[in-house]
Write a protein that binds this ligand. Structure first.
Ligand code: B12
Ligand code: SF4
Length: 388
């Protein structure tokens, strides 16, 4: 067994497996195979070498593409340059560098192997190494890809990097806003968000033709029962396309857990409830029941028809409003449809619709340039791509 949970709790995992792997697996898996062949597998393997250079390409031929909306999921970096208290990253990468990238050539070669136009970067912070990101986006320009990735608020304020990303095909950016409270950010050591103009960041991301998926954490120490409505109202007022809410969860190995443990505020160690949808801590300024209720209400309100309508109306033009309704509606209101498609093993057939929406959103959101204005009839036509 290996992975994030196992790394945080190797003793627990060791009760269920002969060998456990701590940290990234690239260096330890070959060691294990050699030991296993020799008939001497060890009970514990700790990663010490941190590099993605020279890794064999993933066996994507094993993937049943019809099962996935985003079959072209890839990572070109590991970890993150930041260290927020609630995040599992620092614990996972203990004992070595906690942020490193592939080479540009390796990353491009991986993209070459992926059919179609869509890419879904699973990197924690694709923009975390600025020179790497800039070079990557420059190389991706003209490939005709449309892609989704995650970054920090700072990306929205970094005009040069944002423009390069958008020109390379970035169409949705997941941004960890987490909270609108400075004290909460300080308490979580989320320094990279401090004193950043969230509104300006969103505006600029939109102006670049990129949709925003904002993520938020509820249950931080400054949050009282008013936090849910305030946050949802703010997100809607910004015309944020999609939002994801999470309850503060003290994952094993994190500084957050150590603090809450010392304060006696962790109420459950049932890992099934550690899905960021259950209150497993005693919040400071409300009850656990209020926290859970507010969390569900936030989702309900943001994705209510009224919420979607108001959100869409924050956009200036009707085509952009309609794409916003379609994208956010499909994301937030059609869960039953996605479940149905997943169970019927046909989710992959939704991929062309996703690509069309992402491509259209790029043209619709982008601040209009009169010289290159697009006719509404051409909004959904795709740009040429050598690997359609
Ligand atoms: C992308 C992602 C998602 C995507 C997944 C998309 C997809 N198609 O797979 C989506 C958005 C769906 C998602 C959803 C959720 N996610 Co998520 N997600 C991630 C993210 C950013 C990357 C995961 C990834 O693929 N990494 C790349 C792979 C290569 O790394 P890896 O899995 O760690 O594997 C390496 C090692 O761990 C090791 N290894 C792993 N397994 C094994 C096994 C063996 C035998 C060996 C030898 C080695 C080994 O080797 C690998 C190579 O080095 C991680 C954060 C992170 N950076 O890992 C969070 C993360 C995994 N998610 C998290 C959470 C909480 C969730 C949700 C519960 C959120 C929610 N409330 O909805 C859901 C749960 C979904 C589910 N049903 O499980 C948490 C989990 C925390 C924890 N301690 O358990 C993480 C760690 C984020 C965080 N920092 O808090 N997620
Ligand atoms: S910025 Fe995101 S990925 Fe990086 S340490 Fe903070 S929460 Fe984790």
């Amino acid at each position: 067994m290996g992975g994030i949970h196992v790394t945080a709790l190797p003793g627990e995992a060791g009760r269920h497996a002969d060998s456990v792997f701590l940290g990234p697996g690239e260096d330890t898996w070959p060691q294990f195979l050699a030991d296993f062949r020799a008939g001497r597998p060890r009970p514990r393997y700790q990663s010490t070498v941190r590099t993605l250079v020279g890794q064999p390409p993933p066996r994507r031929d094993l993937l049943k593409r019809n099962l996935y909306v985003a079959a072209n999921a890839l990572v070109v970096s590991r970890g993150c340059p930041h260290a927020c208290d609630f995040c599992t990253n620092a614990a996972f990468f203990r004992g070595g560098p906690s942020f490193y990238t592939q080479t540009i050539d390796q990353a491009l070669a991986e993209m070459e192997r992926l059919p179609g136009r869509h890419l879904y970067f699973m990197d924690d912070h694709l923009f975390g190494n600025r020179p790497f990101a800039r070079e990557l986006f420059r190389a991706m320009r003209g490939m005709g890809r449309v892609w989704q990735a995650a970054g920090t608020v700072g990306v929205g304020l970094d005009e040069e990097l944002l423009t390069a990303a958008a020109e390379a095909g970035l169409r949705t950016l997941l941004v960890g806003f987490e909270t609108l409270s400075t004290q909460n950010l300080e308490a979580q050591h989320k320094h990279q968000n401090l004193h950043r103009d969230y509104n300006a960041a969103i505006r600029r991301v939109h102006d670049a033709g990129v949709m925003v998926n904002g993520t938020f954490v509820f249950g931080l120490d400054e949050d009282d029962a008013s936090v849910f409505d305030r946050t949802v109202e703010w997100a809607i007022a910004q015309g944020m396309e999609t939002a994801t809410f999470h309850l503060l969860t003290p994952y094993p190995g994190t500084p957050l857990r150590r603090r809450l443990e010392a304060e006696g505020r962790i109420v459950s160690d049932n890992w099934d409830l550690y899905d960021t949808a259950h209150a497993v801590i005693r919040p400071a300024r409300m009850t656990a029941a209020q926290l859970e209720e507010g969390y569900h209400r936030a989702f309900r309100d943001f994705y209510s028809w009224r919420g979607l309508w108001r959100n869409a109306m924050a956009k200036e033009a009707w085509p952009a409003r309609l794409v916003q309704m379609a994208y956010a509606g499909a994301w937030g209101r059609l869960k039953w449809g996605w479940d149905l498609a997943a169970n019927a093993r046909v989710a992959g057939y939704a991929a062309p619709a996703l690509v069309a929406t992402l491509a259209a959103s790029g043209r619709l959101l982008k601040r209009p340039d009169p010289a290159t204005a697009v006719s509404p009839l051409r909004l959904f036509t795709s740009s040429p791509h050598r690997n359609p």
